[in-house]
Design a protein around this ligand. Structure first.
Ligand code: NAD
Length: 469
């Protein structure tokens, strides 16, 4: 369903004429209007206003879809997306500037530079857990780069998707940016249109299907995927602060965050103290909320409670759940079996396994025996430990002595590696991700000084060429 018509909430397919919408956006791109710095800045400012002027409506939609608190709605969806748009609006002129490169002697006279060229018409497929930040957030880079954009929000957060479909055409250029609501089948129908670039946020398995669909058209992709993000707590860590930060970030959005601490690896000497401090932090943060954290839907609730019921670990905190309210208590499981679902599948909920290890080497080996994570975290007070983990643990991103904050800066690229993703965005990196780096070289015609290179190839010309190239 395009933004021109109103979609029934939770539609499983779209009534939009997808080819016609994509054609319209392609025509707009062909006019050249989206290439001007004025258009880009205007749209980015409008996107910032869309977020800030509709803070209450956005918080309501997030409450309906996810039971999210207004503070977390503001922090993670409104402020992050508005901030990203404002940062890009301020800097896009600078990012677009040509930067001439000093060419080699053999290339002189001549000038060369990279022209950041918009791909054309691009597709963004969003996830439900931060429906605004993960759909309109990537759109910031796409708009800054001068593309026209189709946005496909997740059908799992229907109130948020419907609100985006209502607001986007009110604030943004209708013929350049369109929202199409629908499910996975709609995503595949969109991908089959052959976009000039696509950015997908979601699980690794669906990411594979998106990649396959894109391959048929050689559509370049950015894949923002999932996985299990570990937290190593070293024996020398500030355990009290570590426990608070781990508990807080595990409970935001009920643990349904791609870069939430999935599991903790604690060195034996501090393991019990860490469990006690996490228990205390949970009691403090969740006072008055005994029922637990709201899970997005029954499928995910059943997945989580089944994994918890199957654990061979010791439930040290929480463990209860409420099927009628789809709520699960913040739960800590100590030493689950490495082969059980809690340790093989991404958790994406308020359950935190803690694995005990005897050394830092064992902790690093544990992480590296598994797929490369989207994020890896470490708590330590020692520089040598920090440097070792930075060097030896591959991950999409890393935070030392905190969690999540690498997502919140415009100054660092955000993305995964291997099964946790392909490509990155945020700030200037988003602009670059949605741009083709076109090499441009200009040469004078006269004097035609390198004429010796033309055939017939003489011995003398060859000697000269060997010296030059
Ligand atoms: P999901 O993979 O189920 O869905 C994501 C999007 O893909 C939705 O818009 C959905 O409609 C669409 N989709 C579903 N089936 C499809 C198909 N066959 N082909 C094409 N598109 C299809 O993910 P989710 O449940 O919305 O989000 C949870 C997952 O996303 C977790 O694994 C999480 O780690 C990951 N995630 C990653 C990031 C990141 O930035 N790397 C952010 C949030 C979530």
């Amino acid at each position: 369903m395009t933004t021109e018509s109103v979609a029934p909430v939770g539609v499983s397919s779209t009534t939009t004429d997808i080819p016609a919408t994509v054609r319209r956006l392609r025509q707009t791109f062909a006019t050249g209007r989206t290439r001007s710095v004025e258009w880009r800045k205007g749209q980015l400012r409008a996107l910032e206003r869309l977020m800030t002027e509709n803070e209450t409506a956005i918080a309501d939609a997030l409450d309906k879809d996810l039971g999210r608190s207004p503070f977390e709605a503001w922090l993670a969806d409104v402020a992050s997306t508005a901030g990203e748009a404002a940062f890009a609006a301020k800097n896009v002129g600078k990012w677009m500037k040509r930067r001439h490169r000093l060419l080699e002697m053999s290339q002189l006279p001549g000038r060369g530079w990279v022209e950041h060229e918009p791909y054309g018409t691009v597709l963004i497929i969003g996830a439900w857990n931060f429906p605004f930040a993960l759909t309109l957030g990537p759109a910031v880079g796409a708009i800054a780069a001068g593309n026209t954009v189709v946005l496909k929000p997740s059908e799992v957060a229907p109130a948020s998707a419907a609100l985006m479909a209502e607001l986007v055409p009110r604030y943004l250029d209708k013929d350049a940016i369109a929202v199409i609501e629908g499910d996975g089948a709609v995503s595949q129908e969109l991908i089959a249109q052959g976009f000039d670039h696509l950015l997908f946020t979601g699980g690794t398995e669906i990411g594979r299907k998106v990649y396959e669909g894109a391959a048929a058209h050689l559509t370049p992709v950015t894949l923002e995927l999932g996985g299990k993000s570990p937290v190593i707590v070293s024996a020398d860590a500030d355990v009290e602060v570590a426990a608070k930060r781990i508990a807080w970030t595990k409970l935001i959005n009920s643990g349904q965050i791609c870069i939430a601490p999935d599991y903790v690896i604690a060195e034996a000497p501090i393991r019990d103290q860490l469990v006690d401090r996490i228990r205390a932090a949970v009691q403090e943060f969740e006072a008055g909320n005994a029922a637990g954290k709201k899970i997005v839907n029954e499928r995910h609730f059943n997945r989580l409670t089944t994994a918890l019921a199957a654990t061979k670990g010791q439930v040290a905190v929480g463990g209860g759940s409420d099927p009628a309210g789809l709520k699960i208590q913040p739960t800590v499981v100590v030493d689950p079996d490495p082969g059980e679902p809690l340790m093989t599948d991404e958790i994406f909920g308020p359950i935190l396994p803690i694995v005990t290890v005897q050394s830092l080497t064992e902790a690093i080996d544990f992480v590296n025996a598994r797929p490369k994570p989207l994020a890896a975290y470490l708590f330590t007070k020692t520089k040598a430990v920090r440097e070792r983990v930075i060097r030896e643990v591959p991950a999409g991103g890393m935070v030392i002595n905190h969690l999540l904050f690498h997502f919140a800066t415009h100054k660092l690229p955000f993305g995964g590696v291997g099964p946790s993703g392909l490509g990155a965005y945020h700030g200037k990196f988003g602009f670059e991700e949605f741009s083709h780096r076109k090499s441009v070289m200009t040469k004078p015609t006269r004097p035609d000084i390198a004429a010796f290179i033309y055939p017939p190839y003489t011995e003398k010309a060859w000697k000269l060429a060997r010296k030059l190239f």
